[in-house]
Design a protein around this ligand. Structure first.
Ligand code: ZN
Length: 170
């Protein structure tokens, strides 16, 4: 059935400031997200968010729960924001994973965060203090999605957590 599916278009925002330049320059071509219906061949428009009040780009760092405007400190919401930069890409590869507080299940195997340095580097993650890349990614994902596993609260179908995905593009 999925073979018959037509390519679709998606929009996804980036607010993790350290990663934005890497994505825009093409250095980073990967993101880890809760499940949407993204498949190979789909087109994704990535974008940043600007503060409507003063035009500055929202930034997110591991100390905050929500992205905020660095100038006026407004918290990002869909009402207070406008799209800033945008980048259209074609999806090259999608891998389903399950994200837990302690690590991820990927290709049927559980990996603790400190075993995921390579994946985290590829994802454009910056180290937090003395934490390694993988541990820093775990810290960020736990902060961005306080109710890991992703979307468990929306589903009784998968008591062990909803799949997320590693999305890569050309
Ligand atoms: Zn502002």
């Amino acid at each position: 059935m999925s073979g018959e599916r037509k390519a679709r278009r998606h929009c996804k925002a980036f607010t993790y400031a350290p990663k934005i330049d890497d994505v825009r320059s093409g250095k980073c071509k990967q993101t880890i997200r809760p499940l949407g219906d993204v498949q190979k061949g789909d087109i994704i428009t990535f974008h940043g968010w600007n503060c409507k009040a003063c035009g500055d780009e929202y930034e997110w760092n591991y100390k905050e729960l929500y992205p905020f405007c660095p100038k006026c400190k407004t918290k990002h919401s869909y009402r207070t924001s406008l799209w800033s930069w945008r980048l259209e890409v074609e999806v090259k590869d999608v891998q389903l994973i399950e994200v837990y507080k302690e690590g991820i299940i990927w290709m049927g195997t559980f990996f603790a965060w400190n075993d995921l340095d390579r994946l985290a580097k590829k994802d454009g993650i910056r180290r937090i203090g003395d934490f390694g890349y993988g541990e820093s990614m775990g810290f960020l994902l736990n902060k961005m999605y306080p109710k890991l596993p992703f979307y468990k609260r929306h589903s009784n179908r998968r008591p062990n957590g909803e799949p997320s995905m590693i999305i890569r593009w050309y």
